[in-house]
Design a protein around this ligand. Structure first.
Ligand code: BG6
Length: 483
């Protein structure tokens, strides 16, 4: 299978915060990869803009070092890197003052796609948006890209949306949730809407429950200051897990386009019931094997911030009434594993006597690592002894099924940045979606704050706090193992 690369239009992309961590880890290596793949036209330019007094040469040196550090050796091609670096420029800029803006204005071309990536603290979004327009730098078709966290509650998200709206229209604002750029996350839509097999069963009549797991092994070491203002609910659930939930639960959009897809996702978020306190479990990882626990990584030794959360939620609409969705995510867990598991109900009547051997059908979509799908089905156990049943997996690894084409799959940021240049907002969050997600998350957070709940400690390398197991056991269900 050959992957098809369609070049985008020539562009000028300005990365505010161009020397920051995200730019070095993801954005710039990702752009190099698109250049290498032939998707970024050679006349395009990337302009780093930040406070530091760097020259173009310094910036190019920094980007070369980032490519060397963050991309596997096999993806590094010295000649291509050298060529790519000549497309890079740097402008020292003051987001809150005048310096740098005239230079930026002089550099930016009006006859190519203009994109401005705000890889900076949200407190600066207003300053940047304002100066881009007041200096006449951003043209009417310019796009701005903003990173999460998009607010820390409904009020701050509304304020951010209002600030951006003073300078740019919704069609120009690209709010990134990098989970939407992941190959397998988009595959959720292909699996559901490009096959007839699953959709007729995709409803509470046939689905017993859904589990969404995003388990990580990393700690928050080095990010404690940020994480303490956030916690797993704001950092992961309000955005990444919420987006997964939407893609699983939404009605079929009439077309794969930004308005249709985002309208359907919004309906799901709005149909979410409030979550009951007894349906939430929060945890904090403990120290282990010489590695610090959450309290050592936090800046606050008394911190009550959760590094783990599990919760049960319900969607009140015709399709999903009665089917619980269980969500969990945490740091320092046993394995890095993200998956969605859809467990189906019993057949209405069994013609076989072997009730013991029977297990539910489960469709597991593995998001990372080892992306793939696994459908557990019942068959007859081979050999004599009557009609005994056994469950077997129909297992498909995308890497095996797709061969070389899979190895070339762009990383989430690569894809999303190219979508910005193409002007396709389908995989970006609309302002009303973000606000609806906060409107659902806020009372949950306010609830545990008002109650003074403490997160439960859990062992690093485990699958989370004991009570998370109980959340399922109470309902006669169990989590799938994290491995
Ligand atoms: C980020 C969170 O948005 O996503 C991090 O801030 C988290 O805390 C990361 O580790 C997970 O992303 P991925 O792509 O590694 O699953």
């Amino acid at each position: 299978m050959v992957s098809r690369v369609i070049p985008v239009e020539p562009f000028d992309l300005v990365i505010f915060g161009g020397t920051g961590d995200l730019a070095r880890r993801k954005i710039l290596p990702g752009l190099y990869r698109r250049f290498q793949a032939g998707q970024m036209p050679p006349e395009s330019r990337i302009i780093g803009a930040a406070r530091g007094e760097l020259t173009d040469a310094d910036f190019r040196g920094m980007v070369a070092a980032a490519i060397a550090e963050f991309l596997p050796a096999a993806q590094q091609d010295a000649a291509v890197i050298e060529d790519f670096l000549t497309r890079l420029h740097y402008i020292p800029i003051d987001a809150k003052g005048d310096s740098g803006w005239p230079q930026l204005k002089a550099l930016i071309r009006a006859d190519v796609v203009q994109a401005f990536y705000f890889s900076v603290a949200p407190a600066l979004f207003g300053d940047l948006a304002g100066r881009l327009t007041s200096w006449g730098i951003a043209g009417p078709e310019a796009r701005i890209v903003v990173e999460k966290p998009f607010g820390r509650d409904l009020a701050t998200a509304q304020a951010l949306n209002a600030t951006l709206a003073q300078h740019f229209s919704e069609g120009q604002i690209y709010r990134i949730d990098h989970y939407l750029g992941k190959e397998t996350v988009q595959n959720l839509m292909a699996v559901r809407f490009a096959n007839i097999l699953f959709e007729p069963l995709w409803k509470s009549e046939y689905v017993d429950h859904v589990q969404i797991t995003v388990a990580e092994t990393v700690s928050v070491e080095g990010r404690g200051a940020y994480y303490d203002t956030s916690g797993a609910m704001r950092d992961m659930v309000q955005n990444h897990l919420m987006q997964l939930l939407c893609l699983i639960a939404m009605e079929p959009p009439y077309h794969f386009d930004p308005a249709a897809v985002r309208d359907e996702k919004l309906k799901v978020i709005r149909a979410l019931d409030p979550v009951r306190p007894e349906d939430i479990v929060r945890g904090q990882y403990l120290a282990s094997n010489g590695q610090g626990g959450y309290l050592e990584h936090s800046e606050n030794p008394q911190s009550r911030t959760e590094s783990y959360i599990a919760l049960k939620c319900h969607i009140s609409n015709w399709r999903w009434k009665g089917t619980p969705f269980y969500l969990r995510t945490g740091k320092r867990l046993r394995a890095r594993a993200s998956e969605i598991a859809i467990t189906f109900k019993e057949p209405p009547h069994s013609i076989f006597d072997d009730a013991e051997g029977w297990r539910e059908n489960v469709l597991v979509i593995r998001l990372q690592p080892d992306e793939g799908m696994n459908l557990k089905v019942m068959i007859k156990e081979p050999g004599p002894g009557g009609m005994r049943l056994v469950q077997v997996p129909l297992d498909m690894s995308f890497a095996e099924a797709l061969g070389d084409a899979h190895g070339d799959v762009p990383d989430a940021y690569e894809r999303l940045i190219m979508d910005v240049i193409r002007g396709n907002q389908t995989l970006f969050m609309r302002g009303d979606e973000v606000e609806a997600a906060w409107a659902w998350a806020d009372p949950i957070i306010e609830g545990w704050e008002a109650r003074g709940d403490r997160p439960q400690p859990y062992d690093a390398g485990s699958s989370g706090p004991e009570d998370a197991l109980m959340l399922m056991h109470r309902d006669g269900r169990r989590w799938r193992e994290i491995r």
